[in-house]
Design a protein around this ligand. Structure first.
Ligand code: HEC
Length: 445
């Protein structure tokens, strides 16, 4: 297919009265065709296509478009195949008419016409289910916290009643963590290309207690120490920040990763934590001083997710190379060069890069999910595959076992929460966690 089809351009200028709108025309195409791989919790090539600001900021190769210069814009080059691999990756190319929408919008100046109402403090309005980037069972198993746009929704697992809506400042919530007594809910996220935020909620009363704002982009993988004293969170500026839960005061920040830090987890005694990054390292840090202790692993591939055994300092992490790795935090003997004796096992390769992991509260099961629509359950002691839970239609970005281990909740690109029985992967319940408004209101046009 030729890169520039002149007649199409003539056709579109003749038939289209005005230049395409970002909000009305471009954004839906991005949501439908691109956001599965290019979104905050799984930015393929560093590119997030879920907001204007992030789209403009671009990915590893720089800004994704140059206003007024369609042919020089990376987006057009990737859509037409002038740059390889052609986008959307692995599926049929967009229709010429859809590519023309991008071309015309860029040529006309690539204006952002996202309505201001999307940025105010009114309750979020949803025209379609948003991608679920995080969810968590409450420790008593009665509630489930789910990420929405600019809010966290607290649903009863039984399905009774309306959800409690915890409305905050951050546009995106990318990680959630309850304290073990269920009183605190930590939400980490932010607004892309603007700020990161850690929110500390009084969960039973739905009240925001404190927030900490940090860096100029969303933050990832917030975790709470088991004694609830500290919160660790990763960032896109390659740092990890640690906060005191009682005050939301930053205790320290560490900068020993070389790429985005996407997830963190504390050790059982709250004295250490591990951070995993796209730089391929899982770093063990002294939680009191912030001192680097050692790498848990030998570097293999970009790491996106980590979870810990409920009672032991054993972790499972995974990412780009699709293998979940189980590692001890303590070495059975002194370290030698290129020592990998802390590796307990490598679990089988998944169908896509790993984006979420969880370890059941009884220690028996490990759940693994990724850019494929299926969740795999493994026997944590042997690494043997036990079950696969299916039903999602696209990538899964969030997983949570109930603390008794009988239920597994999942969410991802298709916007539905699914709750499975871990005994046989039967679907117990599925629901859209946000209220959907049928039509676009005048104010949002
Ligand atoms: C199935 C996953 C997937 C889908 C869907 C997808 N992309 Fe990509 N995209 C990737 C990957 C992987 C790369 C890195 C490719 C490479 O350089 O090898 C990439 C790279 C890009 C880049 C270059 C970014 C940079 O700065 O490095 C652009 C631009 C892009 N994609 C645009 C799009 C658009 C627009 C869509 C939707 C029409 C789309 N992609 C859909 C996976 C995807």
């Amino acid at each position: 297919m030729p890169r520039s089809t002149g007649w199409l351009f003539l056709l579109s200028t003749a038939t289209m009265a005005a230049a395409p709108s970002y909000y009305r025309d471009v954004r839906p195409l991005l949501q439908k065709n691109c956001a599965g791989c290019h979104q905050p919790s799984a930015k393929a090539s560093g590119l997030d296509l879920t907001s204007y600001a992030a789209f403009a900021a671009g990915g590893k190769k720089g800004p994704a478009f140059a206003a007024g210069k369609a042919d020089e814009s990376l987006t057009i080059q990737y859509l037409t195949g002038a740059a390889q691999p052609r986008m959307p990756l692995g599926v049929a190319p967009l229709s010429p008419a859809d590519v023309q929408v991008f071309r015309d919008w860029i040529q006309a100046g690539a204006k952002d016409d996202t309505p201001a109402s999307v940025d105010d403090n009114r309750p979020s309005v949803y025209l379609q289910p948003p991608v679920i980037t995080s969810l968590r069972f409450s420790p008593d198993g009665k509630q489930i916290a789910v990420s929405g746009n600019r809010e966290v929704l607290l649903h009863r697992v039984s399905g009774e009643g309306a959800p409690i809506r915890l409305h905050g400042k951050a546009e995106r919530i990318l990680s959630l963590a309850f304290s073990s007594d269920g009183k605190l809910l930590i939400a980490g996220g932010g607004t892309p290309a603007q700020f990161g935020e850690v929110q500390i909620w009084d969960a039973p009363n739905g009240k925001l207690l404190r927030t900490a704002v940090l860096t100029n982009d969303t933050v990832f993988g917030a975790s709470l120490a088991p004694d609830a004293s500290k919160i660790a969170v990763g960032a896109a500026d390659n740092t990890v920040h640690v906060f005191e839960t009682a005050t939301a005061k930053e205790l320290y920040k560490i900068g020993n990763h070389e790429d985005w830090v996407l997830s963190t987890v504390f050790g059982v005694d709250s004295k250490r934590f591990v951070s995993v990054s796209r730089d391929r390292a899982a770093k063990i840090i002294d939680a009191n001083s912030g001192a680097f202790l050692e790498n848990a692993n030998l570097l293999k591939s970009e790491l996106y997710a980590i979870a810990r055994h409920p009672k032991k300092d054993i972790v499972v992490f995974g990412g780009e190379d699709r293998y979940p790795y189980v590692y001890l935090l303590d070495r059975p003997r002194n370290m030698k060069i290129a020592d990998d004796t802390t590796l307990v096992r490598r679990i089988e390769r998944q169908d896509g890069p790993i984006t979420a992991l969880d370890w059941s509260g009884d220690g028996k099961l490990i759940a693994v999910a990724g850019q494929s629509p299926k969740v795999n359950l493994y026997d944590a002691d042997t690494g043997d595959h036990k079950l696969s839970c299916t039903g999602h239609t696209a990538g899964i970005y969030a997983l949570s076992f109930s603390s008794d281990g009988t239920r597994l909740a999942t969410g991802g690109f298709d916007g539905k929460v699914r709750i499975y029985s871990t005994a046989d992967c039967s679907l117990v319940r599925e629901f859209v966690p946000v209220p959907i408004t049928a039509t676009l209101t005048a104010g949002a046009k």
